[in-house]
Design a protein around this ligand. Structure first.
Ligand SMILES: [Cu+2]
Length: 90
């Protein structure tokens, strides 16, 4: 089983995490979804098509891109700043 790492934009609260998880779970081949809210990082386990994952996230309102594997472990670009409280989920 492989994993796919995604860098997801727009996640800013626990509800976003839930939305992202719920968007990815039904995608064919996905067996597990792990979201790191602070890092904006999502790890999808399973034999899934990364394009389908990206499309599902796009649909859910969270633009994402494939994360480069083993880049910046622990280095989180602190998410404070930018759109204060601009969470897309209500
Ligand atoms: Cu949210």
């Amino acid at each position: 089983m492989k994993t796919v790492e995604l860098q997801v934009q727009g996640m800013s609260c626990g509800s976003c995490v839930k939305h992202v998880t719920e968007a990815l779970r039904p995608v064919e081949g996905v067996s597990d979804v792990a979201v790191d809210l602070q890092a904006g990082r999502v790890t999808v386990s399973g034999d899934s098509d990364s394009n389908a994952l990206l499309a599902a996230l796009q649909d859910a309102g969270y633009p994402a891109q494939l994360a480069t594997v083993d880049s910046v472990p622990g280095t989180k670009t602190s998410g404070s700043g930018g759109n204060g409280g601009g969470c897309c989920c209500k």
